[in-house]
Design a binder for this molecule. Structure first.
Ligand code: SAM
Length: 274
C-alpha cells in the first residue's frame, strides 16, 4: 500500500491503534478462513478498517469486502488504496448505527464480521451485533485481552461475569491468540487478543424472554459479592431461584449460563420482566 494514501495521525478518541505486524495480520486473515461463499449469499464485513492493515489482505483473498468506518479522513485514502486489491464497499457511519439485519437483506443469508475494534467501544459493539445475531454467521474480533478473557471465562473464574454470560448464552466463544502492544502504531497500553464468536442456532439458545434474561443477569452480577437471593431481591424470591434448580446461596459467578437461562425462562412465564 503506498504510504502516501494515509497522511493523518492516529486519532485517540476513535481508538485508533493501527496494526503493522504482518504475522498478526496473517493470523487474523487465516482465522477468517477460506474465501467467502458469495454464491451462497455470504458477505464479509470489516468494522473499523483504519488504514487497511487487515482490509487489503482480506480483499486480496476474498475479492470483495464491505467496511464500516467512522473517520471521514480515512474514507478516500482507503477507497483509493483498495483499487489495487479488489471490490471495496465503504459505509461511512458509526457502527453502532448500522442495521446489520438490513445489511444482510440484500444477500438473504449471513454476514461474516471481522475487525480490530476500537477498544473504547468494544462492549457496546458486541451488544449491538448480538441484537442482529440471526444474520451473523461468525465474527473474528480483536479486543483488549482483558475483555476477551471475560468473554470466554467459565463459571467459577474470577473474571466470569455479565459479559461472559450474555455472550456465551448467544454465541460459541473461542479465544484464539494474544497480540502484544508493539504490534500496533501507536501501541496501546494493554495486551490485545483475537476471539471468534459463532452465534448459536435459535433452538440452541433457548432464551424465551431476552429482556428478562438480560435483567436477571444484570442484577445477579450487579454486586458480585452478594448471593443470588440478595442480588435478585428486586426480581424474585429465594423459592423462585430454588424452583429453577439453583441454590439461592450461590454467588452469580458460580452459576452456569444454562442455569441463568432456566431461571429467566421460569420467572418470565408469559411475559418479559423489565
Ligand atoms: N483495522 C485497523 C487496523 O487493524 O490497523 C484499525 C483498527 S483501530 C483499533 C479501530 C478503527 O475503528 C479505527 O479505524 C477507527 O477510526 C474506527 N472506529 C472508531 N469508532 C468507530 C465507530 N463508532 N464506527 C466505526 N468505526 C469506528
Amino acid at each position: 500500500m503506498p504510504a502516501s494514501h494515509f497522511t493523518e495521525p492516529a486519532k485517540k478518541h476513535l481508538g485508533q491503534h493501527f496494526l503493522h505486524e504482518r504475522t498478526y495480520v496473517d493470523r487474523i486473515v487465516q482465522a477468517v478462513g477460506p474465501p467467502v461463499d458469495v454464491a451462497s449469499g455470504e458477505r464479509l464485513v470489516e468494522i473499523g478498517p483504519g488504514q487497511g492493515a487487515i482490509t487489503f489482505p482480506l480483499l486480496d483473498r476474498h475479492g470483495a469486502l464491505t467496511v464500516i468506518e467512522f473517520d471521514r479522513d480515512l474514507i478516500s485514502p482507503l477507497t483509493e488504496a483498495a483499487r489495487a486489491h479488489g471490490e471495496l464497499t465503504v459505509i461511512h457511519r458509526d457502527v453502532l448505527k448500522v442495521d446489520f439485519t438490513a445489511l444482510a437483506e440484500g444477500v438473504r443469508q449471513r454476514l461474516r464480521l471481522v475487525g480490530n475494534l476500537p477498544y473504547n467501544l468494544s462492549s457496546p459493539i458486541l451488544f449491538h451485533v448480538l441484537e442482529h445475531a440471526p444474520v451473523v454467521r461468525d465474527m473474528v474480533f480483536m479486543l483488549q485481552k482483558e475483555v476477551v478473557d471475560r468473554m470466554a471465562a467459565p463459571p467459577g473464574s474470577k473474571v466470569y461475569g455479565r459479559l461472559s454470560v450474555m455472550l456465551q448464552a448467544y454465541c460459541r466463544v473461542e479465544a484464539l491468540f494474544t497480540v502484544p502492544p508493539g504490534a500496533f502504531r501507536p501501541p496501546p497500553k494493554v495486551d490485545s487478543a483475537v476471539v471468534r464468536l459463532v452465534p448459536l442456532d435459535t433452538t440452541e439458545i433457548g432464551i424465551g424472554h431476552p429482556d428478562t434474561f438480560a435483567r436477571v443477569v444484570r442484577d445477579a452480577f450487579g454486586q458480585r459479592r452478594k448471593t443470588m437471593r440478595n442480588a435478585l431481591s428486586r426480581v424474585c424470591d429465594a423459592d423462585a431461584i430454588s424452583a429453577a434448580g439453583i441454590s439461592p446461596t450461590l454467588r452469580a459467578e458460580q452459576v452456569p449460563v444454562a442455569d441463568f437461562v432456566r431461571l429467566a425462562n421460569s420467572l418470565a412465564g408469559g411475559a418479559d420482566i423489565r
